[in-house]
Design a protein around this ligand. Structure first.
Ligand code: FES
Length: 88
């Protein structure tokens, strides 16, 4: 199925790019921009983004690597703790 009509990118192209990136780097954060770049293309109108993203999410290799999970919660809690200590 064609996902991006401007660049003629199919769902199979997106899956292949994601699988290749995950195989090359287990901790890579895979974004639509990186998928475009891996395919040697760049987004044009952006009208495909909702379908592009939903196609990406269906790929099993799109999970956030275990080593990167919880990073957002950690520094934010530290930040709040620091502010609490400053106000005391
Ligand atoms: S349809 Fe994908 S950039 Fe236009």
């Amino acid at each position: 199925m064609i996902v991006c009509h401007c660049q003629n990118i199919t769902n199979h192209d997106i899956d292949a790019a994601i699988n290749w990136m995950r195989a090359a780097d287990a901790t890579a954060l895979i974004t639509p921009g990186k998928v475009y770049r891996a395919l040697g293309k760049s987004a044009d109108c952006g009208g495909c983004m909702p379908l592009f993203l939903s196609t990406m999410r269906k790929n099993d290799n799109m999970e956030v690597p275990m080593t990167l999970r919880g990073l957002r919660a950690g520094p934010a809690e530290e930040f709040h703790d620091e502010r609490r200590q400053e106000s005391n």
